[in-house]
Design a protein around this ligand. Structure first.
Ligand SMILES: [Ca+2]
Ligand SMILES: [Ca+2]
Ligand SMILES: [Ca+2]
Length: 361
């Protein structure tokens, strides 16, 4: 077919060329702001890079739940200057789902590494867990269940001796669009013990509950990314509707106030992972739906696009459905989750599987 070039092929070629031009144009007009660089490329066996944690000595750890193609076991890797290296290649599977699905992760004041699981993709029966990796001399040891009976455990952040975890699907008997922020004290997260949550209740570990307003994506996942500002106020964003919420705490850690942050237009339709630079009180949020990293100024509620691009496979570090961010000095590390929902700019989970980085001014 390539050898011949009759009138019909010619017309086809022309149509293809036009479509390609249009696609390029769409991609170009969708591109805004900073140009991300490629940080690491992964094989198909590591296909949905997600949670990021900054560890002791500036080490950076990345969870890869492999939810786009889970015939490969989930892993946690360590990012290096030139790519990545193995960290934990055999994560304990949940007994019913037979899968490990690590999402966000964070080091505790006890020196151990905690990671949340998203078993929701495997079971809607509250099988997700918070896992504890017992660390010794910088190396992972035994891995145990710290908390079980989450529905979709997602983000984790330690603030002092309290660990906060989002459950993006914490429904109640009268609310199937529910989600929650949970809190756990270091004292109760004792190695060797497991906390059992009570699904569909206001379990004592629930700090705040929310309801998602489902839009045309049909996704009802709520509280997703989580971090706190210079005043210790917590923020979470919703994957399903992009709303952004602030939780103000009393001195004893209980909830004083829960409010929606009136982020300036245009509306962010989806918030996945986020991180707050507490030196500036700026939140870097992943708009997974628009292939965009946006900045919300928490002092003014102003909102700007840091980096955005059209549909892509992620080659060269272009954003391919950003899901999680981590600040390391002036570098913003971005996980390209690349597992689209309906109406996302990203249309296809595709190789290469990538981690990007944006150099901040
Ligand atoms: Ca639900
Ligand atoms: Ca990709
Ligand atoms: Ca893609």
């Amino acid at each position: 077919m390539l050898a011949s070039c009759g009138p019909q092929q010619s017309a086809e070629k022309k149509a293809v060329a036009q479509a390609t031009d249009q696609a390029a144009e769409t991609a170009d007009t969708a591109t805004q702001g900073a140009k991300p660089r490629l940080l690491a490329t992964f094989p198909d066996s590591l296909n949905t890079p997600d949670g990021l944690a900054l560890g002791p000595n500036g080490r950076v750890f990345l969870s890869i739940p492999n939810l786009a193609d889970n015939k490969y076991p989930a892993r946690i890797v360590e990012l290096t200057a030139t790519g990545y290296q193995p960290f934990i290649s055999h994560l304990p599977v949940e007994p019913a789902t037979k899968k490990a699905t690590p999402m966000d992760l964070a080091f505790g004041p006890d020196g151990n590494l905690y990671y949340a699981e998203n078993q929701y993709e495997n079971s809607k029966e509250y099988k997700s867990r918070l896992m504890r990796v017992l660390m010794r001399n910088g190396k992972p040891g035994a891995i145990e269940t710290a908390v079980d009976n989450f529905c979709l455990a997602n983000a984790t952040v330690w603030k002092g001796n309290t660990l906060y975890v989002t459950d993006s699907q914490w429904d109640m008997p009268d609310n199937d669009k529910g989600s929650a922020v949970m809190r756990f004290s270091l004292a109760e997260l004792k190695p060797g013990t497991t906390i059992h949550l009570k699904p569909k209740t206001q379990d004592p570990h629930v700090l705040a509950m929310f309801t998602t307003t489902v839009n045309e994506t049909g996704v009802d996942n709520g509280a997703d990314g989580l971090d706190y500002d210079s005043q210790g106020r917590l923020y979470t964003g919703f994957f399903g509707d992009g709303s952004f919420h602030r939780l103000t705490l009393k001195p004893d850690g209980s909830l004083a106030k829960q409010e929606v942050v009136p982020v300036a237009a245009p509306k962010i339709p989806c918030i996945d992972g986020l991180i707050i630079d507490r030196a500036t009180d700026k939140a870097y949020v992943c708009d997974s739906r628009l292939n965009s990293i946006d900045v919300i100024d928490l002092k003014t509620n102003a909102h700007t696009v840091l980096a955005r691009n059209g549909d892509t496979n992620g080659a060269g570090g272009r954003l391919d459905q950003p899901a999680e961010v981590l600040l390391k000095g002036k570098q913003l590390i971005v996980s390209d989750y690349d597992k689209p929902e309906k109406h996302f700019v990203n249309t296809k989970s595709d190789a290469p599987h990538t981690e990007s980085v944006i150099d901040l001014p």
